[in-house]
Design a protein around this ligand. Sequence first.
Ligand code: COA
Length: 371
Amino acid sequence: MVPMKSPTASGLEGVVVAHTALSHVDGERGTLVIRGYSIEDLVERGTFEDGCGLLWNGEWPSAGEREALRAALAEARQQAFTLVSSLGEALTLADGMEALRAAVGQLSAVDQPADRFRLTGAIPVFAAAWARARSGQPVVPPRSGLSHAADYLQMLTGELPEARRIAALDAYLCCVVDHGMNASTFVARVVASTGSDLVSAVVAAIGALKGPLHGGAPGPVLDMLDAIGHPAHARAWLRAELEAGRRVMGMGHRIYRVRDPRAAALERAMAVLERTEAQGERLALARAVEREAERLLTERYPERSLRANVEFYTAIVLDAIGLPRTLFAPTFAASRVVGWCAHVDEQQRAGRLIRPASTYVGPAPPAASTS
Ligand code: COA
C-alpha cells in the first residue's frame, strides 16, 4: 500500500472550487443570497422568470424584461413540445429522472444563449409528457400566454390551474433556482470546464440531481411520513431507522448548521394553498417528525447539528399542489436548470479545466527481478 502523502478533504468538504457571483450559502447563519437578493425576497416578490433574469442577466428584470423572458420561455416550451413525439423510448422509462436524462440527451447543442431557453423550456414539457404517458393519458401541449409555473401545471392536468397553486409552485421554483456549489452544479461546471457544451453539462447535472442524497430526497420524505402515519409513532419509527443505519430523508446538509432558509420559505408558501383536512394533518405530522428527527440526530451527532433541509418541505408543498411524488425530482430539475446554465456560462468565462488530483492508495507494481 502506498502511504497517503497529502491530506484529502472528504467529499471535498470546505474546498473552494470557484469564485462565483451567482449565489452564496451561509451555513452558520442560515442565509441564501441570489445575485445580491435574499432567497426570502426572491420568493416573496419574484417569479420564476425573475429568477431567470437575475441569474442569466445579473439584474432583477424590469417589467419589460420580465415579459420578454416569459415570452421566450413560452416559445421554448412550444418548440420542445414539437419534439415530444420523436423522443422514442425516452419518455416511456419508468423513472422520471431517467426519462428526463434520456430526453434532454437527445437535444443537440446549438448556441449557448439559445440553449439556455431550449433546455429550460424543455424540462417541464418533457416531465409533464412523461407523467401523462405513465398514467395512460394523452400529452397536453403548452398554452401561450401562461407563466412557466402555470403552464407546467396546465400540461400536467390539462386544465388551467387555480392562482394559488400557481403561486405556490412559482415560490417553490424560485426557492431552488440556485444554491452555491451543490453537487449537480459542480458536475455541470466540470463538464463545462472541458470545453463541452451546455446540453452535455445539463444532462450530467440531471444525473447528479437524481441521487437520494441530492434531489431525489423529497419522494422518500413522503414515503417516510406515510410509513410513520401519526405523530405519536414518529420517535419509535425514526429511532428504528437510525438503529438500522439508515438516513432520515430531508434532514441534514453539507453546509447548513441551522435550519435551511428555503424550508422556512416553503413553509410560508404553503400559506397560500387552501388547506384540506388531510393536508393539515400531513403538515402537523411533518412538524412532529421534524422535531423528533432533530432531537434524535442531535443526540447522535451533537457536533453536527443536523436540521431540516429544503427537501423536507418540498415534499409537503409539492404534494399539496397536487404533484405526484414521482415528479418531485423532475420538478426540481425544471428550476435548477436555470442555475446550471448560469454556472456553465460563468465557468466557461473562467476558462480553466477542473482537474483535481487523487492520492493513490493501491498496491505498487511488483519489484523488478534482479536475477
Ligand atoms: N439521517 C441520519 N444520519 C445522518 C443524516 C440523516 N439525514 N445526515 C447525516 N447523517 C450522519 C452521517 O451518516 C454521518 O454519520 P457517520 O459519521 O456515522 O457516517 C454524520 O451524520 C455526519 O454527516 P455529514 O457529514 O453532516 O453529512 P454529509 O455532509 O456527508 O451529507 C447529506 C449531507 C445531505 C447528504 C446528509 O445529511 C443526508 O444524507 N441527508 C439525507 C438525504 C437528504 O435529505 N438529501 C437532500 C439534501 S438537500
